[in-house]
Structures are given as C-alpha cells and as structure tokens.
Design a protein around this ligand. Sequence first.
Ligand SMILES: *Cc1c(COP(=O)(O)O)cnc(C)c1O
Length: 406
Amino acid sequence: MDVSNFGPETRAVHAGREDLALLGVHALPIDLSSTYPLPDIERGGDSYEAMATGGHPLNDGGPVYARLWNPTVARFERGLADLEHAETAVAFASGMAAFTAAVLAMSSPSSRGHVVAVRPLYGGSDHLLASGLLGVTVTFCRADEVAQSIRPDTRLVMVETPANPSLELVDIADVVAQADGVPVVVDNTFATPVLQNPLDHGAAMSLHSATKYLGGHGDVVGGVIATDEDTARKLRQVRAITGALLHPLAAYLLHRGLATLPLRIHAQERSAQTVAAWLQRHPAIQRLHYPSPEASPDLIPSQFRGTGAMMSVTLHGGYEAAARLTSTLELFTHAVSLGGVDSLVQHPAALTHRPVAPEARPSASMVRLSIGLENPEDLVSDLDRALGAVGSQSTERQCATLSTVP
Ligand SMILES: *Cc1c(COP(=O)(O)O)cnc(C)c1O
C-alpha cells in the first residue's frame, strides 16, 4: 500500500508499516541482532561493502553487522521521511550525533572547510561548532548576514527555526537563496514535520533531536535527518564508520511516537496558545517569546503552519525571579529537554545554553517552557501561583560560562 496520497495523520500512523500485514504481524518488529548469519563470503562481503559505503544491505547478502544497518531503524527512517516529504532519512544515536554527521558528511577530511551558523542555535550545536572539535572554521551570523558570510570553502549553512530558546522564526527559503548552492541544514526539532517541512523550502536536510517531540514521552534519545538519497549515502557512511547508529529499541519507540505526533502537536499547541495568552498579560512578564501570525505574517502559515508548543519568558525580576519560578512551579518539572507529554521548565542561560559565548547567550532573566498535554487551566494555575511568589526587583547577574569547552 502506498500511503503517500493520504493526509498527514494517516501517514503518521501507517508510513513505514506498509508491509506488516504481509509479514503477518501487527506491531512493529524489533530486530536486536548485533550480527547476522552470512550466506557465503562473496555475498556477505558484497553486502558489507554496500553498507560501509552508505548503501543498504544487498538482498542476497543480507545485513552483516548491526553498526552498519538495522531493519527496525530503517523502518523508523521510512516513517519519518514520509512525514518530512523527503526521499529518505538517516537516524542517529542522538541529535548531536546527527549534526556531527551532517558536518562531517558535507566536508572532506583533507579540507574540513567552513560552516555558516545562524544564531541562535541550540546550545549543544553552538558548542560543537565553536569548540573546533570537527575541524571546521565557523562564522556565526544573523539570518540576514548569510550571503556575506559564505566563502568559497563554505560546506554547510546551519539554521534553526523556531530557534531555541528565543523562538525567533527564520525564513528558510531566504537563507537557501543567500546560501547560493551551499547545502542548508534546518534544525526542525521545535516545529516537527507536523508544522514545518524545510525540504519544501529548499533546505538540503531537516534535522531533529528525536529525543524531543518525535519520541514525545521523555524516554528515548535519538536524532534523525530527512534528506535526499545522495546526501543520505554520505550520512550513512559517516554513521557506519563513527558508530553513531540509533539503537533499534529507540527506533521502535520513535516510530511508535510518530503515530500520535500530529495529535500531540496540535493538542500541545492549543494549550500553549492558552498559556501564552495568559502569560502575555501577567505583570511579572517583561516579554513573551512565542511565535504569532501577527508578528510573522510572511512565515505563518506559509512556512510554519502554526505556533508550536514551546515558549520563553523574560521576567522583570531578572535572574532571581527566573530561579524562583523554576523551583516554585510544581506541575511543570524543572528539567532540560522538551516536547514530551508533560510540561517542563528550564533556564537556558544556566543549562541548555551554558556553553554559548557570553555575547550570544540568552538573558539570565529568561525561562523556557515546554507545554505538555495537561489541562491548560491547571498549567495556568501553577504558573499563577509560582509567578505570585516571584519578586519583580530586577537583579543584574550573569550566569557562569561552561568551564570545560574542549
Ligand atoms: C536537544 C536538541 C538538540 C540535541 O539533541 P540530542 O538528542 O540531545 O543530542 C539539537 N537541537 C535542538 C533544537 C534541541 O532541542
């Protein structure tokens, strides 16, 4: 059965599962084999060769070794690729492993070259680029400075929209035009394929920390890149060589998560809109950072088909107020990560964005909220109580910089 003509909710439930009835099973099969019996040296060797160079196992050679390829992971990749309107997808052990592979796959060992990175980015992505660990030189810039930042040796442009934690939106097609042929990777973690499909706007890769919305239940770490088959070959080759494959149990959970992704995203978004409208009017809030069609009529809904369920607030009371809010909320768990069924609160400057250079770090007055599936009135009550305990005396305090930048 070809599911590509169905609506997104139908595809979320059926993509990557087309052959299950033929196999005589209903649930996604999990293959935990670390190695596979080989038909003979010749055919096993040919299959090994195919996978080590970024291809798939050959039919008569079979899979050889689990670091190279796994059928449960490949199924999840098919499901995600379908939702992303992509030819294919490549899944990794984490979002950071996926981003590492994207940088390595686009550059060559003899000349790692240059990456243009539009800030703000997730703190870990910013850290990885700034650390120099991957051997690339990096120009950090604003979205309107991409064209002037491109050099003859630029291999990749990295952009995140909505951005973490400022929720700023970036025009993907405009960045692609400025990149002038250099592949653009879009971190689509906050939007998910339910609300945004970067490849439709010219991006070469749509990257996810699958740990967040795709899994959706806070119990799995993974990453995935939706892309074309040529790019996927390069990514799979890096993944095989560096050993960054997603675990099949994680792939199973992520694939199961896809089935409810549209439902979760729309419900969490509705609650987030209720919470945002309430926060907007609260006297302790200096500024609400949440996408809106009024603020971004050129991008909502043409690029971003909604407003999402992530938001940040900057507080009049500065760092002290932010610290108090995170520790006074009860229904919101004080924890990093996002996109799950339960609401989370965290302080980007102290935690997720701690590795970012001071000049690009979010304000110490900022707190980020990930809205879950709870009753929105309960979330508002929790915020109301916690914000009542927050002082409005502004304090000047900067957060420490991560001391272990490699
Ligand atoms: C969490 C996150 C990442 C990193 O993903 P991991 O799965 O933690 O490695 C990348 N980008 C964004 C936007 C994130 O929120």
